[in-house]
Ligand binder design. Structure first.
Ligand code: FES
Length: 164
């Protein structure tokens, strides 16, 4: 069971939700680490420290190994992420067509910089290299949707769409 100390540091974090995941892998601890981490991230949206500790304990893996995996794979996140992931392209085609100003408008609209998550956990802002839609430059993606031929003035309206 999770330690009381770990639970106290993250009020509201219910480590009991991991139990069914551990049960699924009870007979197969070798090779379980990545799928267990994936399922844990599905549950909590990210991987807080007590979750990593609980996984290390239950899979009888050194915590260093758990951190090693989590920091190696880009799919894992140690910090909470927003419900909407905004990716702004900074590739060459977008860059020459004003991606810098689009990024400025996003920073202003969200109040966070690249890598940041809004306090209400609605948005995480990321920069990416070319997303393969250069003909529409400058481009952003919000979740799976592409928005192209953007101007800074159009950014607030796009963000508002995802605030609902
Ligand atoms: S450079 Fe932005 S989509 Fe290709």
């Amino acid at each position: 069971m999770p330690s009381e100390k770990a639970q106290a540091k993250y009020p509201g974090l219910d480590l009991a939700k991991l139990e069914p995941v551990f049960e699924d892998y009870a007979g197969n601890k070798d090779g379980a680490l990545i799928p267990v981490l994936q399922k844990a991230q599905d549950i909590y949206g990210y991987l807080p420290v007590p979750v990593l500790e609980a996984i290390a304990e239950r899979l009888e893996a050194p915590i260093s190994q758990v951190y090693g995996v989590v920091t190696f794979y880009a799919q894992f996140h140690l910090e909470p992420r927003g419900k909407n992931i905004v990716r702004t392209c900074q590739g060459t085609a977008c860059h020459v067509r004003g991606a810098g100003k689009i990024l400025d408008a996003l920073k202003e609209g969200l109040g966070v910089g690249p890598g940041g998550t809004t306090e209400d956990l609605r948005f995480t802002l990321e920069t990416v290299a070319c997303i393969g839609a250069c003909g529409l430059a400058p481009v952003i993606m919000v979740n799976q949707e592409t928005h192209g031929r953007l101007t800074p003035d159009g950014i607030p309206e796009i963000l508002d769409k995802y605030r609902k």
